[in-house]
Write a protein that binds this ligand. Structure first.
Ligand code: AMP
Ligand code: ZN
Length: 109
């Protein structure tokens, strides 16, 4: 838990947010400023700043993020239509919140 980190606060329940999925490693919630009809954020509970900061010990979390993304896509009806998964890395990559997260967007007509 990193002081003043919004996603740490959401993941720990300190900032009330509708949590769509939770397990021991991750939470999933809707992006507050959706870029698509379905826009979810898949967020590890552990504070990792960005992809640059992943340690080898974190690899199971990265796998779990994809596994859960696949399940969220199914639950939100975009599996067969298709969707994008992406992670912005540091300022030049468009990262605004410096707590690792994966975007799932889809649902366009
Ligand atoms: P990134 O640019 O990859 O760091 O994306 C950060 C995302 O977090 C943006 O798409 C924001 O709209 C989203 N966001 C910021 N604050 C919140 C919040 N309180 N709840 C949900 N999503 C948020
Ligand atoms: Zn954090």
């Amino acid at each position: 838990m990193e002081k003043d980190c919004l996603f740490c606060k959401i993941a720990s329940g300190q900032t009330p947010t509708e949590i769509l999925f939770e397990d021991d490693q991750l939470v999933v919630f809707k992006d507050i400023n959706p870029a698509a009809p379905v826009h979810l954020l898949i967020v590890p509970k552990k504070h990792i700043r960005s992809i640059n900061d992943i340690a080898e010990a974190d690899l199971p979390i990265i796998g779990q993020m994809h596994w859960v993304a696949r399940e969220m896509a199914r639950q939100h009806g975009v599996s067969s239509s298709g969707y994008r998964l992406f992670t912005n890395v540091e300022k030049g990559g468009g990262q605004l919140i410096f707590h690792l997260h994966m975007h799932l967007i889809g649902g366009w007509k």
